[in-house]
Structure formats: C-alpha cells, structure tokens
Design a protein around this ligand. Structure first.
Ligand code: 13P
Length: 281
C-alpha cells in the first residue's frame, strides 16, 4: 500500500498524542501567520484551501503560491484542498501539487460515499496525494459564520467497513461537532468517539474545532483525534483586527502596517491552538 506524506504526518502526531493543526487560509497574511506560529511551536501544519477559494479565478495560483511559500519554512507545511465533491476539482488540485484532498461524500448515501472515496483514493494515493473522507455529517457553513446544530453522527459499524474498503488515509467524524458557531453549548459524544477510535486503524479528524473548549479539544486528541480543522476563529481574529485598524490605516493608506497587524493577530490565535493541540515543547 502507498504511504502518503499526509498519512505519515498524521500517524506520527497520533503516536505522540498530538493533533496536526489544519487551518483554512484565504490569503497570504493568513498563510504567513500559520507558518510563523508553526515554526514557533515546531509543529507540522496543514494549510486548508476552501473549495470556494479554489473555484475562484485565482484558485490554482493560490494553491501553487501556498505550496511554494510552505517549502520555505523550517517545519513541514502540507496543503490540502478541503471539502471537495467533484472529481474534476480534485484532478485540478492534484495538477497544482496539493499534498492531500478531502473527498467529501458525506451528503451521499453510504455506498455512494464509499465508492466515491475509493475511486479518489485509487487515483490520488499512487501519486502520493493523501485522501480524507467524511462519514456522518458535520453541519454548518464553511466560509461564513452561522450557528449550526449537530448533524448525523458517524456510525461505528459503517466506519469500520469504510476504513477497510475506502483506501482513505484519514476519516472526518461527526460526533456532535459543527462548522462555524455552536448553537448552544457543544456536547461531543465521547463514547462514540472512543468506540470509533478503538475499532479503526485510520487517523481521525475533527472538523469544527473553532468554538470547542480547550478541554474538549485536549480530550478529543487524547481519544485519538490526529487532525483538527480550524477556520472560523481565524476569520474572527481577522475581522476583529480590521475593525480596529481601519481608522489609522485608512488615514495613512498604510497597507504594510495593516498586513503586519493582521498577521500578528492571526499568529496569536494559531499559536494558542497549536499549544492546545499538544505542541508545547
Ligand atoms: P470551523 O470554521 O468551525 O473552525 O471549522 C473549520 C473546518 O472544519 C474546516 O474544514
């Protein structure tokens, strides 16, 4: 079987009870912040490209730019196309040099999700490109903030069959986690997570890490989660900083200062998250 770099990085984090922080970046200020925080924590990181960014006119340049910038850092920076549902986008992302794709068949019935993921894995893994899949449904919005209620949970029996037959390197699980803001207090299904962990050889990923208390994140990682996805909290830091900076920066049109302050604000959030994910040395 082909071992992808994506799988190696996740599996070695899992062995040391850490999770690889995976952060959605829309532009270079965010990318720089993620790399800077990762270098400070000596942590490998995954830069996530949202499907909306990739579909836009500059999407391919964005991915190639992220890959090139990531190569100039002292830590491992992998680039992953997140939540993609069409084979054509996956193929284009592979041509741009992504390290991994998330083949999101979570809206499909189980058998179709399995067939879709297996087809993507057969085509990507021999090329060294890692594959993440989703079973159950992580509800909520990707690029905009909104409140969400937990969706269909991952069924452990289905997860076992999926892990055996799909060829995926990593499985995104739904155990009460949502994208965006949690409607009410988040409440993860710890028993379900432990059962999936005990029965699956695959690395597990937890989407919707924004808004989960630090103790929940630590507990999920100690229960075997090896990849934690964060987007909303970075966007909140970005817009919070913009609100503060727009007065002074607009008077002087000082784009350098604005960019520096945005990068600093996001670096702080990413570094704090990486500590919670176990990168404390
Ligand atoms: P949040 O926006 O809730 O952090 O979720 C991010 C995510 O899971 C990206 O795939």
């Amino acid at each position: 079987m082909y071992e992808t770099r994506f799988a190696e990085v996740l599996n070695s984090a899992r062995e040391t009870r850490k999770a690889v922080g995976s952060f959605t970046c829309y532009n270079l200020e965010e990318l720089e912040a993620v790399i800077r925080a990762a270098e400070r924590r000596k942590a490998p990181v995954i830069v996530l490209v949202s499907p909306s960014s990739f579909r836009s006119a500059g999407g391919k340049r964005l991915v190639r730019g992220f890959k090139a910038a990531g190569a100039h850092s002292s830590v491992e920076v992998l680039v992953q196309l997140d939540h993609v549902t069409e084979r054509s986008s996956i193929e284009r992302a592979a041509e741009c040099g992504v390290d991994a794709v998330m083949a999101d068949g979570s809206k499909l019935p189980f058998r179709e999700n399995l067939a879709f993921t297996a087809e993507v894995a057969r085509s990507m893994r021999p090329r060294g490109i890692g594959v993440e899949a989703e079973l159950g449904r992580v509800e909520g919005q990707e690029d905009r903030t909104g409140e969400a209620l937990a969706g269909a949970m991952t069924e452990p029996d289905e997860a076992v069959e999926f892990a055996e037959k799909s060829g995926a390197d990593c499985l995104a699980i739904a155990v009460g986690n949502v994208h965006g803001n949690y409607s009410g207090t988040p409440s993860l299904d710890w028993e379900r997570l432990a059962e999936i962990r005990d029965r699956l050889p695959l690395a597990l990923s937890l989407h919707g890490a924004s808004g989960l208390p630090d103790d929940d994140l630590r507990r999920a990682i100690s229960c075997g989660v090896a990849k934690t996805n964060v987007n909303t909290e970075l966007r909140a830091a970005y817009f919070g900083c913009l609100e503060k900076e727009l007065g002074p920066a607009s008077e002087t049109l000082d784009l350098k200062r604005l960019g520096d302050h945005l990068t600093d604000a996001i670096t702080e959030v990413v570094e704090a998250k990486l500590r919670v994910f176990g990168w404390t040395d």
